[in-house]
Design a protein. Structure first.
Length: 354
């Protein structure tokens, strides 16, 4: 099975990608709105077809990327019927199965953090995606969004702890950099929910957490009750070129687009002078600005005119796009494959060797 654990540093949210290698059908659990470009790029680069986005619950600390992924990739949205949300393609009931190719996840109702919390269990019970119901040596809070400590205690004990001890627990968050645990570990070592701890102890523990509400709660909860659909649904991607977005976070244009639009962009070649005038040549009209001097020479560029960065292979010029973005240039893209691809596709150059 294809498996990736992804992270959003702003909210410390884990997003999980699972796919059936034969059919390439995939599911994405708990996507984050700001990370949709990253997630979509990974799906496309791995040659997957995103069938589902699944929510473990209505989140209060980030906005889901479910709606935007449906717009971009045609995936379907699923979350608990008890969530109170609208706009999903399917509202799940307990023990409902979500197929992706020959694999499937089973939805277990694990309320307590919120009414609509779901834990998704892989078909062979080797992995469980617990959202905020069970964290690594912890659990989700129970002081808002219909939270109930007694309900959470019983959900974890009766449903999650009934899974095999070696079942990996993949939580919705971790704030210390931990990534995974197991059912057996949490049954022994969880300071709130271990089997040696009584229900009364847990209720007292949760009653005195004294946590502030999440900073994004006023924005996130209403948005997530609509599956992340924004109030204004205009295009969220740059439209000045036929752009693609890589998993590394770089906007790129293909050589054929640049060849057709040479007069409408600024071409910044970040190689060294010997390379610029060397065997590969350079794109007509390109301005030589070696990467090491780019920061000092940024004032030579116009912010209103789009910029395409170029190097030998696309690696240094990818870094240049990030540097220009930090300097306030909004219309910047990398030439995919650099001069190697440009020459391989036999586009004209100034200088160079045939």
């Amino acid at each position: 099975m294809v498996f990736r654990q992804l992270f959003d540093p702003q909210s410390s949210t884990y997003t999980y990608l699972l796919a059936d290698p034969a059919s390439r059908a995939a599911v994405l659990i708990d996507p984050v709105f700001e990370q949709v470009r990253r997630d979509a790029a990974l799906v496309e680069e791995l040659g997957l077809k995103l069938a589902w986005t699944l929510e473990t619950h209505v989140h209060a600390d980030h906005v889901t990327g479910a709606w935007l992924l449906r717009e971009k990739l045609g995936s379907r949205i699923a979350l608990s019927k008890a969530s109170g949300a609208e706009g999903a393609d399917i509202f799940l009931t307990p023990h409902q199965k979500i197929p992706f190719g020959k694999r499937h996840l089973e939805a277990l109702a694990t309320p307590g953090h919120t009414n609509g919390c779901m834990t998704y269990v892989l078909d062979d019970k080797s992995m469980a995606f617990t959202g905020d119901a069970l964290l690594i040596r912890g659990c989700g809070r129970t002081d808002f969004q219909q939270g109930d400590a007694r309900t959470l205690f019983r959900s974890v004990r009766s449903r999650i702890f009934s899974l095999p001890d070696d079942c990996l627990v993949c939580p919705g968050h971790d704030y210390r950099g931990l990534t995974q645990t197991s059912v057996g570990e949490e049954k022994r070592f969880n300071p709130r929910l271990a089997e040696s701890i009584g229900e009364g102890d847990f209720l007292g523990y949760m009653q005195h957490l004294g946590l502030a509400h999440p900073k994004q709660m006023a924005i996130a909860v209403p948005a997530n009750l609509k599956c992340g659909r924004p109030e204004k649904t205009t295009s969220l991607d740059p439209d000045w070129a036929a752009l693609t977005y890589t998993f590394a976070g770089i906007w790129e244009v293909q050589p054929h687009w640049l060849e057709e639009n040479l007069r409408t962009v600024q071409i910044v070649d970040v190689r060294e002078p010997g390379e610029f005038n060397g065997p590969l040549g350079h794109v007509a009209g390109a301005k030589l600005m070696p990467l090491g001097s780019l920061t000092d020479r940024i004032g030579e560029l116009e912010k209103a005119t789009p910029i395409v960065t170029v190097c030998r292979s696309g690696a240094r010029s990818a870094q240049a796009t990030l540097m220009l973005g930090k300097a306030g240039f909004e219309k910047v893209a990398n030439l995919s494959g650099g001069m190697l691809r440009w020459r391989a596709q036999r586009f004209p150059v100034d200088g160079g060797v045939d």
